[in-house]
Design a binder for this molecule. Structure first.
Ligand SMILES: Cc1cc2nc3c(=O)[nH]c(=O)nc-3n(C[C@H](O)[C@H](O)[C@H](O)COP(=O)(O)OP(=O)(O)OC[C@H]3O[C@@H](n4cnc5c(N)ncnc54)[C@H](O)[C@@H]3O)c2cc1C
Length: 394
């Protein structure tokens, strides 16, 4: 298997680099470097810049607004975005509902949603998980009962990221409870302004309220908003989750974080804030992370090369998700270690203090919030079950 980049790939990399250098606004780049929270306006602004270049949804089919890039070029694009400190677009729009609409949507649904989804004129949220139906997603209970040309929904979703911003939700609901739990699930598109929808925020440990509970009380959804056939929602959801996990290893992001860690270690050592013994200990840890990251990158490149030659391994996404998220978390531990006590200092109550506490103050909230990456998109334990079944055949 050839893992080298072709001259065309290298020229493509230069194109992407030049575009990012010219087009990424400085304030967004600074927010990414400082690990500041990106608001809706930031994400929308950047996705529209990408969309104007035709690069907001490169993995979609060309006829639906995508790019005719090879898997290798898609990998290069993702890596360059991360290395340039560019924000990611909305995963719900780009990686989840977009590909589902392209593959299973009717012409009317594509006409209504695709362009608006690429440009984030519509902000989507994902209504899959419920209390008691996370890892065991097929246990979901929100009911949708057919009444004329509508379904009438009752039930609850939970952990719905950014539902507070959402114009539309893509949701799994139960239209039949009589057979196997994977049967009788239907995939619906819901306008979040429909009467009967209540959103309740769940505060998270980093102080940001991006998670929500969403309640449905006799919510009417036109049958025309159903994806595909009634009762086949589980098949469409599996397709969507495959897309959700691809790219979840975020190797470019980890490379950028590692470079930042090395830079911080140099600065702290140079200023005498950490002594030589401590520096040697930190450098050894950074070297260990680098070795693992390089190994993961090679695995990712092997998957990309196999994909380009038409045969990807079906458990590869699970392997990349587990290892990639472990490394992302490891790096947040190292940032917290470098920050030391400054990372847990409480902000001052001085009225002249305008809240710029630098990277140290961001280190602890970032450490906490990144615990989530091994849970969402299917927890790492569930990914290990998939690996055990598909590779080890346990
Ligand atoms: C930050 C964040 C954002 C999210 N955003 C969304 C969203 O926008 N939309 C949405 O629908 N959902 C979202 N989720 C929900 C996410 O998909 C679920 O949290 C996840 O699937 C786990 O489900 P659960 O929370 O019900 O935990 P559970 O399924 O109850 O699992 C609890 C623990 O048991 C382990 N476990 C469960 N079953 C097994 C098993 N068979 N073998 C081994 N271990 C097992 C799990 O790994 C976990 O550690 C989000 C979650 C988080 C943390």
């Amino acid at each position: 298997m050839n893992l080298d980049f072709t001259p065309e790939d290298l020229a493509f990399r230069e194109d992407v680099r030049a575009f990012l250098k010219a087009s990424l606004p400085d304030d967004l780049r600074a927010k990414m470097i400082n690990r500041d929270h990106l608001g809706k306006a930031d994400i929308v602004r950047w996705q529209r810049i990408l969309n104007a270049r035709g690069w907001a949804v490169p993995a979609w089919p060309v006829d639906d607004g995508g790019q005719p890039w090879s898997p290798t070029q898609r990998y290069i694009f993702q890596e360059e975005m991360a290395l340039a400190h560019a924000p990611e677009g909305s995963p719900f729009n780009v990686n989840m509902i977009g590909p589902i609409l392209c593959k299973f949507g009717t012409d009317a649904q594509k006409a209504k949603f695709l362009a608006a989804t690429a440009n984030i004129d519509i902000w989507w949220c994902q209504g899959f998980s419920e209390p008691g139906a996370g890892s065991d997603l097929a246990a979901l209970k929100t009911s949708a009962v057919r009444d004329g040309d509508d379904y009438v929904l009752n039930g609850q979703k939970i952990w719905t990221t950014q539902a507070q911003h959402a114009d539309w939700m893509f949701a799994l609901v139960r239209t039949d409870a009589s057979g196997r739990k994977q049967q009788g699930i239907t995939f619906l598109l819901l306008d979040m302004k429909t009467p009967g929808i209540t959103i309740r925020p769940i505060p998270s440990i980093d102080g940001i309220s991006d998670l929500n509970e969403v309640f449905f009380d006799d919510v009417r959804v036109p049958v025309g908003n159903r994806i595909g056939e009634e009762g086949r929602g589980w098949d469409y959801a599996k397709h969507l989750l495959g897309h959700e996990r691809s790219g979840i290893a975020r190797i470019g992001l980890s490379k950028e974080r590692l470079a930042q860690l090395r830079h911080l270690e140099g600065e702290l050592g140079g200023s005498g804030r950490i002594d030589e013994r401590e520096r040697a200990r930190l450098r050894r840890k950074l070297a260990e992370v680098e070795v693992e990251l390089r190994a993961l990158e090679l695995t990712q490149l092997r998957v990309v090369a196999a994909d380009a030659q038409g045969g990807g391994a079906n458990s590869a996404a699970s392997i990349l998700k587990v290892k990639g998220t472990e490394l992302q978390q490891r790096m947040t531990e190292l940032v917290a270690e470098l920050a030391g006590p400054a990372g847990i200092a409480t902000p001052s109550h001085d009225a002249t203090d305008h809240g710029d506490h630098g990277w140290e103050a961001a280190a602890t909230p970032y450490y906490f919030t990144m615990r989530k990456v091994s849970i969402f998109g299917g927890s790492n334990e569930i990914q290990k079950n998939i690996i055990a079944k598909t590779i080890l055949r346990l």
